[in-house]
Ligand binder design. Structure first.
Ligand code: NAD
Ligand code: DAU
Length: 354
């Protein structure tokens, strides 16, 4: 079996659902259930004996030691993190706690477990750390896309905490020989994405008749990958990645934010027209920029393609249409995540920003 951390969040839950749909190997899913973790996302595997959910913190060494000893996984895939840049600006403490210290404690537990393995179990064991392209900093318009050789130049508390965790993972390999793999992925989108992030926020605000808050001039560029393609890349790296290596994951889909927002508006105009016949783009509102906002990210994913034969299955056009359709069909999931805590965040982040 494998141990997944953060498997009630956006990417982790998509990974767990896809994993169980493809094979019989069980998953132990350790998640702290912060505001971003949601068991409703995992409702379809609630009674599946191959899915063992454990509520807890990656930083709880005693708990993780016990889980490792009891379930004896052949791999650990670490998704658990605080993931939202804007939240890291308002309050970096949780990001240091989970992304840096939590990863440290998890590495120590895994190192102890791995040291006690023998023979094939020891040589086959893997620790896969899920990281981000944001650790490389920001690009100018004509710079080439990030490769695995780019320097780490994180600019936000979030990306600095992820960079720190990547360095710990690297050091645990170099110093202790822990068999690690690291993936650095670009922006994901797709089903079960918490509506604090650009794409789901724009969809749910549009449908609710609310403003669509575009930061600054809306010309910041992100490189978008459908979440299920990220999951397939992780499965491939887990299966065939070279120990100690890092792999960039991306879909060659660079787009300015305003184009993303306009695309969502156009899809909604087609699929769920406004009652008054006006276009959703009327709701676009430019608001104060994010402090320290990185201008452009772009991922060069050729190493992963060349060495492990991975390519994404979705184009941006097919992925964004599926995503908008998913949100239209899953209003109840959206309503349930828009709890009191969600409303508190939205007023903290957006009130008085226009
Ligand atoms: P998310 O915020 O949706 O989910 C994070 C999950 O981790 C939640 O279920 C949360 O409850 C859990 N968690 C938080 N702290 C924990 C702790 N201390 N112990 C156990 N569980 C804890 O995040 P996501 O978007 O699914 O991102 C998953 C991972 O992928 C993160 O490491 C993130 O840095 C990375 N990543 C995200 C993107 C993206 O576009 N979303 C892109 C590249 C990399
Ligand atoms: O690049 C990978 C990263 O992508 C991940 O590591 C992070 O976990 C993930 O949150 C994401 O970070 P971003 O900051 O790029 O994503 P976000 O959805 O918050 O914002 C995308 C872009 O849209 C960014 O340029 C800021 C802008 N934006 C965002 C929001 C929430 C707006 O213009 N308005 C908004 O309301």
């Amino acid at each position: 079996m494998i141990l997944v951390t953060g498997g009630a969040g956006f990417i982790g839950a998509n990974f767990v659902l896809d994993w169980l749909a493809r094979q019989d190997e069980p998953v132990v899913n350790l998640d702290k259930l912060t505001y971003a973790g949601n068991l409703e996302t995992l409702a379809s595997v609630k009674d599946d004996p191959r899915h063992i959910f454990v509520h807890g913190d990656i930083g709880d060494g005693a708990l993780v030691d016990r889980l490792l000893a009891e379930h004896r996984p052949r791999a650990v895939v670490n998704f658990a993190a605080e993931s939202h840049v804007d939240r890291s600006i308002h309050g970096p403490g949780d990001f240091i706690q989970t992304n840096v210290l939590g990863t440290f404690h998890l590495l120590e537990s895994v190192r102890g477990y791995w040291a006690g393995l023998e023979g094939d179990a020891k040589s086959a064991f893997r620790f896969l750390h899920v990281s981000t392209d944001e650790v490389y900093g920001t690009l100018k318009p004509t710079d080439p896309a990030f490769t695995e050789e780019n320097r780490y130049e994180p600019n936000s508390p979030y990306s600095a905490s992820k960079a720190a965790s990547d360095h710990l993972v690297r050091a645990w390999h170099h110093t202790y020989g822990l068999p690690v793999l690291t993936t650095n992925c670009s922006n994901n989108y797709g089903p079960f994405h918490f509506p604090e992030k650009l794409i789901p926020l724009m969809i749910v605000n549009a449908l609710a008749g609310k403003p669509l808050p575009v930061y600054g001039d809306g010309m910041q560029v992100r490189d978008w990958l459908y979440v299920k393609d990220h999951c397939s890349a992780i499965r491939r790296v887990l299966e065939a990645g070279h120990l100690g290596e890092t792999y960039n994951v991306g879909g060659w889909n660079e787009k300015p934010n305003i184009e993303i927002v306009r695309t969502i508006c156009a899809l909604l105009d087609e699929l769920r027209p406004r009652d008054d016949g006006r276009p959703y783009a009327d709701q676009i509102t430019y608001v104060t920029d994010r402090p320290g906002h990185d201008r452009r990210y772009a991922i060069d994913a050729r190493k992963l393609e060349r060495e492990l034969g991975w390519t994404p299955a979705e184009t941006f056009d097919s992925g964004i249409r599926k995503t908008v359709e998913w949100y239209l069909a899953n209003g109840e999931w959206v309503r349930n995540v828009q709890s009191g805590a969600y409303r508190e965040w939205v007023s903290k982040q957006y009130e008085g920003k226009a």
